[in-house]
Design a protein around this ligand. Structure first.
Ligand SMILES: [Zn+2]
Length: 154
């Protein structure tokens, strides 16, 4: 895939979930479906939507939980592990499971953004052997360069 220069939205093929060495395309969801779910989730009451768009990032991914039944779940994270009751209610309506985790390095560096939503999802997968991410996370704003690198080279 063409991630372009860091800091720009990567071009994502929309017809299917993306695959890399660690992921397997699955179910009938596409990257377009994931992005549409993000848009639905942030279509919460306007005060929240504006706050989320200005200050937060929400990312959604399809994850495979390798239990005996091989269930797949739509999961989401909010930057800084933020939440509020309206976002939680909207997520529940959409069948999303919230993932929170300790950001990788704990402290964002000058170019690092480990508490960004995309990286919280990736870090959850990296620290749980039974989880596999399918496709790449869809986010409520373009990936920053740090997240692009973290998702491309998990
Ligand atoms: Zn980021």
């Amino acid at each position: 895939m063409d991630w372009g220069k860091w800091g720009r939205t990567p071009f994502l093929p929309t017809g299917k979930l993306l695959e890399n060495a660690d992921t397997v395309a699955s179910r009938s969801l596409t990257q377009t479906d994931l992005q549409a779910t993000v848009e639905e989730l942030i279509a919460v009451p306007e005060t929240d939507r504006l706050m989320v768009q200005r200050n937060k990032t929400i990312a959604i991914a399809l994850a495979l939980v390798q239990d005996s039944e091989g269930h797949q779940h739509l999961v989401y994270a909010v930057s800084g592990n933020y939440t509020n009751p309206r976002i939680e209610a909207a997520a529940e309506n959409l069948g999303l499971t919230r993932w929170t985790t300790t950001p990788k390095s704990g402290v964002p560096g000058p170019t690092g953004a480990p508490a960004d939503a995309e990286q919280l999802l990736q870090e959850t997968v990296n620290t749980n052997d039974e989880y596999v991410m399918l496709g790449v996370p869809a986010a409520s704003r373009p990936y920053c360069g740090d997240c692009a690198a973290a998702i491309q080279h998990p």
